[in-house]
Design a protein around this ligand. Structure first.
Ligand code: NAD
Length: 360
């Protein structure tokens, strides 16, 4: 099979970590029947410096034409003074909006070799494998009316609106149910149906969809505040969690931190069937360590593995990469951010090389 991926390395450590993904793609092209063509593009500060905007329409056209986009990270102090609409982050928002990426997937996976990196007790997080599916284009971050109005007398009023329609709820819930079928077959749907009408609708629509199309999947409903507590008390009870934009923002960060290591966390953002999805690490551009060859490339490499799994349907290759990551960690090879006693400290590019050796 042959595919075309757009590579948007971005700013800061982006180009360094993306170089390791390119090594892997080179290895796949040389040694397997899968052929992956890549198209490099600029996003964020790098694009602003070159074109005066953080994502050009030409780059976006390539994003739309490719099978998927692999993104590094954007931003950094260099662009702090740039106008809000031309800031590096605006490039990311434009990409998400134009590709209509409505489902954000954030796995929280605890590798045995990194179990001590979690702030929770090892027996609580051992073997943890959760997937949070967050609705990304609706809810309170986008709802109208919004704004700050002056009420006079020194009083002001800030307004945001939480709003969801049945079709918005159904499409993200469908993604969650579909993914659960490929995992442990359980979905926990989170909202605040006890105090919010949008939550009540969310619960009713998810229940109806489950009954109509996914009754083979176990479904439970949970209030989002309870979910926040349960993630710390007994995270292993979860398989797939589906929730709205606001609760998903918070719960996915909480779940990610159960694993304890920012440099290890991948993510995917999926749009409607047939359009390109975007795969990127959860971390930012880490300007404090950029250019030093010490960044951990594994979050980006695991994001690439998610791309192989979800966009290219190359399950075996994805599994090989994930197993390879497990092996390098078990062998005690570590970039400085995940360094531990009795392990060997290696650089960004040594990690990429070690991973290819492990996969071989
Ligand atoms: P950050 O994630 O870039 O860095 C936080 C800390 O984690 C830093 O100490 C950094 O060195 C470390 N770190 C991050 N990734 C690492 C890796 N792969 N290996 C080793 N250490 C790593 O967050 P920040 O410092 O708050 O933000 C820096 C810039 O990144 C800002 O401009 C911010 O807007 C941007 N940002 C971009 C994205 C994105 O592109 N999606 C996400 C978050 C932040």
């Amino acid at each position: 099979m042959s595919y075309k991926l757009q590579i948007l390395a971005g700013d800061g450590i982006g180009p360094e970590i993306m170089a390791e993904v390119k090594k892997l793609i080179g290895w796949i092209n040389e040694t397997t029947d899968t052929k992956i063509e890549t198209a490099d593009g600029l996003i964020g500060g790098a694009s602003y410096d070159e074109f005066g905007e953080p994502l050009t329409d030409e780059t976006l056209e390539v994003s739309k034409a490719c099978d998927a986009v692999i993104l590094g990270s954007v931003g950094g102090p260099k662009w702090d003074g740039v106008d809000y609409n031309e800031r590096p982050e605006a490039g990311l928002l434009k990409l998400r909006k134009e590709l209509d990426l409505f489902a954000n997937l954030r796995p929280a996976l605890v590798f045995d070799a990194l179990i001590d990196a979690s702030t929770l007790k090892p027996e609580i997080v051992k073997g943890l494998d959760i997937l949070i599916v967050r609705e990304l284009t609706g809810g309170v971050y986008f709802g109208e009316p919004r704004g700050i109005e002056d009420l006079g007398n020194g009083e002001r009023r800030g307004v945001n609106t939480q709003v969801y329609t049945t079709s918005e709820i159904n499409r993200v819930a469908c993604v969650a149910f579909d993914l659960a079928r490929k995992r442990s077959n359980k979905v926990t749907s989170c909202e605040k149906a006890n105090v919010m009408e949008s939550g009540k609708l969310w619960r009713e629509d998810v229940t109806a969809l489950h009954k109509a199309e996914f009754s083979d999947v176990e479904l439970e409903h949970m209030y989002a505040d309870n979910c926040a507590m349960q993630l710390l008390r007994n995270p292993s009870q979860f398989d797939v969690i589906v929730t709205d934009n606001l609760f998903g923002d918070i719960l996915s960060d909480e779940a990610a931190m159960l694993t304890g290591s920012l440099g290890m966390l991948p993510s995917a953002s999926l749009g409607v069937e047939g359009s390109s999805a975007v795969y990127e690490p959860v971390h930012g551009s880490a300007p404090d360590i950029a250019g030093q060859g010490v960044a951990n490339p594994l979050a980006t490499i695991l994001s690439f593995a998610m791309c192989l799994r979800y966009s290219l349907d190359e399950q075996d290759l994805a599994q090989k990469i994930e197993d390879g990551v497990q092996k390098v960690l078990t062998d005690g090879l570590r970039t400085p951010d995940i360094m531990a006693d009795n392990c060997k400290k290696i650089s960004t590019s040594e990690m990429g090389d070690a991973l290819i050796e492990a996969i071989k």
